[in-house]
Ligand binder design. Structure first.
Ligand code: SF4
Length: 209
């Protein structure tokens, strides 16, 4: 498929391959914090939290009230704090304080769905799976690689059909950065976008079909 090859070449040249996260616990909790909020809010909440904790045991010792206060910038902090406590309890009780490395086990944790599980598997364990976050869900639809009304799971399946093996890491990290920098959720910078020639959204916007 022509579009996917252009996209992969562009992502490799501009962003390269990601570094994997050595701290899988931090990755898991940060991904939970990132649900339904903007990247900068996630970053602030994660920075606050991990300036005072290291692992699940620390979070279990932390009073719920303090945990809520630390993660407040991420929004929905009451619900997230409860979930994080429950996750930590399970990690300590059932996994010796470690993060499990299968999708099935990850998805048994409270508040962990496909997206969070795939992000942890991909960035934490180096499993070549497509992790569909908000950017990966939006950009291939705009370009016209994935059907506009596809569900998150359909986006993952379609992208995994087109992108094999290690190259999947290019999609995960590259589309997140590209989505923050150029193909933003609101007012994408289409005029300066280096791949606008292959993009359906751009063509429709400027009637260049
Ligand atoms: S042309 Fe616009 S919508 Fe298309 S990929 Fe580039 S920034 Fe995104």
């Amino acid at each position: 498929m022509g579009k996917i090859n252009v996209l992969l070449k562009f992502l490799e040249k501009r962003y390269g391959y990601p570094e994997f996260s050595r701290n899988k616990f931090k990755l898991l909790i940060t991904t939970v914090l990132s649900q339904r909020t903007r990247d900068e809010n996630t970053y602030r909440a994660s920075k606050n939290l991990f300036s005072v904790v290291n692992g699940p045991e620390d979070i279990l010792k932390l009073p719920l009230k303090n945990l809520k206060e630390l993660i407040k910038p991420s929004g929905m902090y009451r619900q997230k704090a409860e979930r994080i406590k429950k996750i930590c309890k399970i990690l300590v009780k059932e996994y010796g304080g470690k993060v499990p490395n299968t999708r099935e086990e990850l998805m048994k944790l409270p508040g962990v769905g496909y997206k969070t599980a795939d992000i942890v598997l991909s960035y934490g364990f180096g499993v070549p799976t497509i992790a569909v976050d908000t950017h990966v869900n939006r950009i291939p639809k705009r370009i016209g690689i994935v059907r506009k009304d596809a569900t998150v799971e359909e986006v993952r399946k379609t992208m995994e059909k087109y992108v094999k093996g290690r190259k999947r890491f290019l999609v995960n990290i590259g589309l997140v950065r590209f989505g923050q920098e150029i193909c933003r959720p609101v007012r994408p910078k289409c005029e300066i976008c280096p791949i606008n020639k292959i993009c359906d959204y751009y063509k429709s916007l400027y009637n260049k079909k």
